[in-house]
Design a protein around this ligand. Structure first.
Ligand SMILES: [Zn+2]
Length: 265
C-alpha cells in the first residue's frame, strides 16, 4: 500500500516554545534538535508501517514552513518531499491508501493548545469551512478526503489529538504531550513518544477501512480572517472570485472542494 506522511514540527515531544520551531526569532541549536526529534518520530511511524506492510511505499512531505526534517536522520525506506515551492494538494492523488499526520498542532485560538495557530501566524487569524472553524488538521483531512484517502493517524499534543478526533471519526491519535498553556507542556520523553507512535501506527493500519475519508457536501463556502487589511486587499485584488466581507475577512464559494480551498490549504 501507499502511505503519505504529512509532517509538521510544533507537535513533537520535547518541542513546546516558538524558539524551537525555526523562522524568525529561532534559536538555531534548539531548532536543529527539534527537527532531529521530529524526524525520529517519523522514523517510528515508518517502522510501524513496515512491520505491518513490508512492501509499503512511503512518501514523507515536510509540511513545516521553515522545514522540519533532517534528511540524514530520516529512515532510508521513506521518500522525502523536502521544503520547496509546493501547493495544495502537495502531490496527493487517488493512488494513496492512507495519510498520516505527524507532529501536528491545534488551530489558532484553541484554549491551552500548545503552539496553536492556523497556517501562517504572520498573517492568518482564523479559517472557516461551511460555517465550522477549521485549522490545518481538518482542512488537510478534507483535501485527503477529496482524493478518497482516509487520515488514519494524527500525533501531537492533547489539543491537536482532540481536534483530529472531532473532524475524523475513528482516527487513531497519539498524544505526545499535554499542554499547560500556549508555550508550556507536560511532555513525554522523545523515546517514549516514538514507542507510542510506532504502536499507534500499527493500530491505525489495522483500522484502514474502518476510518473513512472525510467529506463535506457542496456548495463550499470558505471564509478567512486575516491579521492585516493588507492581506485582505492582496487576496481580493489578485483573485476576482474572492469576495471581501470586511477589512479583515474574505469569502470564496465553489462546488469543487479543492478548487475552493487550494490557495489557502
Ligand atoms: Zn509548522
Amino acid at each position: 500500500m501507499k502511505y503519505f506522511i504529512l509532517t509538521d514540527l510544533e507537535g513533537t515531544a520535547g518541542v513546546y516554545r516558538w524558539s524551537q520551531i525555526g523562522g524568525e526569532g529561532a534559536n538555531l541549536e534548539e531548532y536543529k534538535l527539534a527537527k532531529i526529534w521530529m524526524t525520529k518520530e517519523v522514523n517510528a511511524c515508518v517502522e510501524g508501517i513496515i512491520e505491518k506492510d513490508k512492501d509499503a511505499e512511503i512518501v514523507v512531505w515536510d509540511g513545516h514552513g521553515p522545514g522540519g526534517i533532517e534528511i540524514e536522520y530520516l529512515h532510508p525506506e521513506a521518500k522525502l518531499i523536502p521544503r520547496g515551492d509546493i501547493r495544495c494538494p502537495y502531490t496527493l492523488d487517488e493512488g494513496y491508501d492512507a495519510v498520516i499526520m505527524i507532529a501536528q498542532h491545534s488551530m489558532a485560538g484553541t484554549p491551552k493548545g500548545n503552539l496553536c495557530h492556523t497556517y501562517s501566524s504572520r498573517y492568518i487569524y482564523r479559517y472557516w469551512l461551511n460555517g465550522r472553524e477549521i485549522g490545518e488538521i481538518g482542512l488537510r483531512a478534507y483535501v485527503a478526503g477529496y482524493f478518497n484517502i482516509p487520515v488514519i493517524l494524527v500525533t501531537g499534543d492533547d489539543a491537536a489529538c482532540k481536534e483530529a478526533e472531532s473532524f475524523i471519526p475513528h482516527v487513531e491519535t497519539v498524544c505526545v504531550k499535554r499542554a499547560i498553556h500556549h508555550q508550556l507542556v507536560f511532555t513525554l520523553h522523545p523515546e517514549k513518544a516514538r514507542k507510542l507512535i510506532k504502536e499507534g501506527t500499527k493500530k491505525a493500519i489495522e483500522k484502514i477501512g474502518e476510518i473513512k475519508p472525510i467529506k463535506i457536501n457542496p456548495p463550499y463556502i470558505f471564509k478567512a480572517q486575516f491579521l492585516s487589511s493588507t492581506t485582505t486587499y492582496h487576496f481580493t485584488y489578485s483573485y476576482p472570485n474572492i469576495k471581501k466581507i470586511d477589512e479583515y475577512t474574505i469569502e470564496i464559494k465553489g462546488d469543487d472542494l479543492l478548487e475552493t480551498v487550494k490557495i489557502f490549504a
